[in-house]
Design a protein around this ligand. Structure first.
Ligand SMILES: [Zn+2]
Length: 154
C-alpha cells in the first residue's frame, strides 16, 4: 500500500537527479523557489560530512510542495526504506535545508543501527537522544555549509 502511494505521488514528480549515493525527486514547483543544483550539492555535502558511502539500498529523497495524504510533519525519514521526505511548501530555503540535514542524520543513524525503535523517529519527540543528535548535527552541517557557501545564507 505504501509503495502504491509513493508510486502515485512519484507520477507528479518531474525533476529527478541520480548519483551513486542517492536519487532525488524534486517537484518543479520546488525548483521555482530553489536552485536545483544547490539542493543536490547540499545533499552531497551532508552525506560527505556524515561520512556516508554508497549503500546496497540507495537513499531516495523527495522534496515536494504537494503534501502526502497523511502528512504528519514537514519532514520525515523512513528507516530501512532509506527514504527522506521534505515538504517545502511556504517554507524558507534555510528551514528546508535544515530539515533535509536533520533527516539525513537519521539516515546515518539508521546505517549505524541506531534506529531500533522507528516510532522514536516518527514522533520527533524533543529529548529523545536520536532527535537531539539529529538537531545538533543538522546545526553543525548548516554552519559548515555556510562557511563553504556564505552567499547561500545572505
Ligand atoms: Zn527527527
Amino acid at each position: 500500500m505504501e509503495d502504491i502511494k509513493k508510486y502515485i505521488i512519484d507520477l507528479f514528480i518531474n525533476e529527478r537527479y541520480e548519483s551513486s549515493r542517492f536519487v532525488a525527486f524534486v517537484d518543479a514547483d520546488v525548483c521555482d523557489g530553489f536552485n536545483k543544483s544547490d539542493i543536490i550539492e547540499f545533499i552531497s555535502f551532508s552525506l560527505d560530512f556524515l561520512d556516508i558511502e554508497k549503500q546496497d539500498k540507495q537513499l531516495s529523497i523527495k522534496l515536494t510542495n504537494k503534501p502526502e495524504p497523511e502528512l504528519k510533519s514537514f519532514a520525515y525519514y523512513v528507516p530501512n526504506d532509506h527514504y527522506v521526505y521534505v515538504n517545502c511548501k511556504n517554507r524558507h530555503k534555510l528551514d528546508v535545508f535544515r530539515s533535509l540535514a536533520h533527516e539525513l542524520v537519521h539516515y546515518s543513524q539508521d546505517l549505524k543501527g541506531e534506529l531500533n525503535d522507528p516510532t522514536q523517529v516518527q514522533s520527533e519527540n524533543d529529548g529523545v537522544p536520536i532527535e537531539n543528535e539529529a538537531n545538533s548535527v543538522a546545526g553543525v552541517i548548516m554552519r559548515e555549509y555556510g562557511r563553504k557557501r556564505p552567499e547561500f545564507f545572505g
